[in-house]
Write a protein that binds this ligand. Structure first.
Ligand code: IMP
Length: 408
């Protein structure tokens, strides 16, 4: 049995926490896309871990974790992250493996990424981690894979600066190198958790292109990014927040208006700790966009949803969510590809009564206040997708399951 977890919005939905939560029933955790642009926060017994490249299952001492072929890996940042993990008392040696087909980020890519974004007429607001450069080298067929580290002819093409850099990490990287396609076949009868990065709306194909990242953050990316056929993905979970956030530039139809909704925006940002784990940037915040969420459910065949940050609304009298856009005088309920249309979309908002109670102690759906359940049930009906897990706080335990994705 395997479970795929993706972000169903623009990233930062709380995937790290959910991967960590579900990892207790997995034998292997495999991250399949992105690189050090991701930031997954996990809180265990009050201790906070910010992970970027290492799969979130690492905090369980009995799990093996894999970095997939769909990832672009920054060796320097990876070993810094592994050091941080070890300094915090978690032994990782012998448990972290990297696909031999994964591509590597060279240090100069970071500056190239920043320069390229700065020179754009319409910057994307990248994380500056060299992600787009590594993926474009890959698409150009000039990329460097882990498998190439002992391909003598290929190495001879590299500049001295790159070779000196690789020399520092080569031995350790080669010790972690595996044929992930073979492992996927070997593990096929066991519990594997596939961890997506970024979010469905940042996917290179189905996201708000060009304001996207460069990897396959869609559910299908688990198949291409690990070397497992799409038929073998058993349950696909999409994680979403009770509201919307986005980092960097690009359309966001439900973004709070800085003047008229400035107070609400600051409240959500502060209560939801909406500041980037990787860059520290304040995240843009807005109403839950059900048009975008339903699109994400459809294009990713989501079997169920995980709702996070619901507790952020605990103190509010009223909650609103977007059920359609008004674009050039027309009502639109399918998510458009055109950026002009998205930029001019005015959200049509539906109001819900607040529950005015803390959800923090809530550990079952039945015990949730009626108004909170009504919000959840509206989302399920609108998207046609059941909400199987609800998170009501940052800690691993502040979560409850309505239907276990590990059970068929
Ligand atoms: P890049 O992935 O650094 O090229 O950035 C492209 C866009 O994706 C920018 O708007 C980033 O802010 C956004 N992005 C990349 N990774 C994440 C993430 O993990 N969470 C949220 N946004 C991200």
């Amino acid at each position: 049995m395997n479970v795929v977890i993706i972000g169903a919005q623009w990233g930062d939905e709380g995937k790290g926490k959910i991967v960590d939560y579900l990892a207790k029933d997995a034998k292997y955790v495999v991250r399949y896309s992105g690189g050090p642009n991701a930031g997954h926060t996990i809180v265990v017994d009050g201790k906070q871990f910010a992970l970027h490249q290492v799969p979130s299952g690492i905090l369980y001492s009995d799990k093996k974790v894999f970095l997939g072929a769909g990832m672009v890996i920054d060796p320097e940042a990876l070993f810094e992250e592994l050091k941080m993990i070890k300094d915090n008392g978690v032994d990782w040696e012998g448990r972290v493996f990297i696909s031999d087909r994964a591509h590597l980020i060279l240090p100069r890519y970071r500056q190239m990424d920043k320069d390229r974004d700065a020179s754009r007429k319409r910057p994307i607001g990248t994380t500056g981690r060299g992600i787009g450069i590594a993926y474009s080298e890959k698409a150009h067929r000039d990329g460097l894979r882990l498998a190439d580290l002992d391909w003598t002819e290929k190495l001879a093409d590299l500049e001295k600066e790159d070779l000196d850099y690789l020399d520092k990490y080569k031995e350790q990287l080669l010790q972690m190198r595996v044929d992930l396609t073979q492992k996927m076949w070997e593990f096929r009868k066991e519990n594997i958790l596939f961890e997506g990065a970024q979010g469905a709306m940042l996917d290179i194909d189905s996201g708000t292109y060009p304001y996207v990242s460069s990897g396959a953050s869609c559910a299908a990316g688990a198949a291409t990014g690990c070397g497992i056929g799409p038929h073998n993905l058993d349950h696909i979970l999409g994680v979403f927040k009770a509201y919307e956030t986005r980092v960097g530039n690009g359309p966001m139809p439900t973004e709070f208006n800085a003047t008229s909704e400035g107070e609400l925006c600051q409240y959500v940002r502060d209560t939801g700790r909406e500041y980037g784990v990787t860059t520290g940037r304040a995240r843009r915040c807005g109403y839950l966009d059900l048009v975008a969420l339903r699109y994400a459910c459809r294009v990713n065949s989501l079997d169920s949803l995980v709702l996070t940050h619901l507790d952020i609304y605990d103190a509010m009298d009223q909650i609103e969510a977007c059920v359609g856009y008004e674009i050039n005088g027309k009502i639109v309920t399918d998510f458009p590809a055109n950026i002009d249309q998205l930029n001019s979309a005015k959200p049509i908002l539906q109001k819900f009564s607040g529950w005015k109670t803390s959800l923090k102690e809530c550990r079952s759906y039945k015990k949730m206040p009626k108004n909170a359940r009504a919000y959840v049930e509206f989302i399920e009906a609108f998207t046609g997708t059941p909400v199987s897990i609800i998170s009501v706080g940052y800690d691993r335990d502040e979560t409850f399951i309505r239907k276990n994705p590990w059970k068929k």
